[in-house]
Write a protein that binds this ligand. Structure first.
Ligand SMILES: C[S@@+](CC[C@H](N)C(=O)[O-])C[C@H]1O[C@@H](n2cnc3c(N)ncnc32)[C@H](O)[C@@H]1O
Length: 401
């Protein structure tokens, strides 16, 4: 596999990106060097390169060293990025109100949150459910990161009797599953289309840095998926680079098989297949976050920055259908929250004028189209459960999937 000069990241671009970002302190640099050393060992064992999927998996989740596994702050103002539950407590309260009628229709009031970050959403949902007399029987959290588990336990002390942590999905269960910005943190395969052939993007080491290489597909599923994308959207231009998230598809499939009755509520940034694989989106959607700066180079600041890709919601719907689930709702975050009573919650907020203004600004960030309102979508996947969630009534986008 020879380095493709078209595809190898230009050193000048890397230096420009690094120059625009805050410099990590010495401890962070040392931490990153340890992860780089582990990645280079893996590269050597694999014959000199790793698929980007494996690189991303280790960069984010290598035990004790990956971005999510290690101890840096990550979420919130003092971290690298802000999610909806970190933006406003009204978000989690609104979500609690949205799921309350569903909880009542289940024989067991069980909630499972996947990838709970700081625990802010779990705390907000449990506070609100308790306030509206709908406390669940139990609230499980499935979290890969030992560091985040510890933070969540601290945040959830007042609900300690209800909350427990899981390492894997329960074998068979019924309940409500919440996953806020989890799919975007799963490792993706990166592929490149050119000269009539689909290749995969690999990562190698050259001189003093990681570089891109093109190579053969590591799974025949990538070709199948790409063919079905081209069937749907038409020919893609020469040099088109994009991602395929097989891990998220598999995860939905597994969850769908284990869920006996209930709802999986996915909230994430992403598009339908048509929009995702638009011919003009020639570099895909990979994005990195480091101290509130976003850039597109996942090969730098290894272990110190978040790496994400947008979600192809059509693929999530296909996977759910294959696992015997139904797609019972798909809409924008703005329509979901407004339909679920966000403005009514805002009107009830107590406090002085400056606090009221702060809450109003948070609601704007959650709902305005140029902020999180349009890019973020909410999808409800159900099993043996008719749902009536007002959040999906205002704008039903299922036809666009
Ligand atoms: C971007 S953070 C979002 C955190 C939180 N849900 C929020 O919205 O603030 C992604 C979270 O997903 C977790 N995660 C990623 N893949 C996962 C998986 N397969 N199972 C469980 N958690 C996962 C990460 O450890 C992290 O907590």
């Amino acid at each position: 596999m020879s380095p493709d000069p078209l595809f190898t990241q230009g050193m000048r671009q890397v230096q420009r990106t690094l120059a625009e970002l805050p410099e990590p302190d010495r401890a962070a640099q040392e931490h990153s060097l340890q992860l780089i050393s582990l990645l280079r060992d893996q590269l050597a064992q694999q014959g000199g390169s790793l698929s980007f999927h494996d690189f991303m998996q280790l960069a984010l989740y290598a035990p004790g060293l990956g971005y999510y596994s290690a101890g840096s702050r990550k979420l919130g103002k003092a971290g690298d990025f802000i999610t909806a539950p970190e933006t406003s407590p009204l978000y989690s309260r609104c979500l609690a109100r949205a799921i309350q009628p569903l909880l009542h229709s289940l024989s067991q009031r069980y909630v499972l949150e996947v990838g709970a970050g700081s625990g802010a959403m779990a705390a907000g949902v449990l506070d609100e459910l308790t306030a509206i007399d709908a406390t669940p029987d139990s609230y499980s959290i499935l979290e890969l990161s030992a560091d985040l588990k510890q933070r969540q336990a601290g945040m959830l002390q007042s609900h300690a009797s209800l909350v427990n942590w899981l390492d894997t999905l329960p074998q068979e269960f019924s309940g409500i599953v919440l996953a806020n910005e989890v799919l975007d943190a799963m490792p993706v395969h990166r592929v490149i289309w050119g000269q009539g052939c689909l290749q995969e993007c690999y990562v190698a080491w050259e001189g003093d840095r990681f570089v891109w290489q093109a190579g053969p597909l590591s799974s025949p599923r990538l070709q199948d998926r790409f063919d079905s994308i081209v069937n749907r959207v038409g020919e893609l231009p020469e040099g088109y680079v994009t991602e395929i998230n097989l891990a998220a598809e598999d995860w939905i499939q597994t969850l769908g098989e284990k869920l006996q009755q209930g709802v999986l509520l996915l909230i994430d940034y992403g598009f339908t297949r048509h929009e995702y694989y638009h011919p003009q989106r020639r570099q895909g959607t990979l994005m990195c976050h480091y101290r509130h700066r976003a850039h597109a180079d996942p090969l730098i600041l290894v272990g110190l920055q978040d790496i994400t890709a947008h979600v192809d919601f059509t693929a999530m719907a296909d996977s759910a259908l294959a696992a015997g689930m139904q797609v019972s709702g798909y809409t924008t975050q703005a329509h979901f929250l407004l339909g679920s009573g966000l403005t009514e919650l805002l009107a009830q907020v107590e406090g002085d004028a400056s606090q009221q203004l702060e809450f109003a600004n948070q609601v704007k960030r959650l709902t305005l189209p140029q902020e999180m309102g349009e890019l973020f979508k909410v999808m409800a996947l159900t099993k043996d459960m008719p749902i009536a969630m007002p959040g999906f009534v205002m704008r039903d986008l299922r036809n666009s999937l």
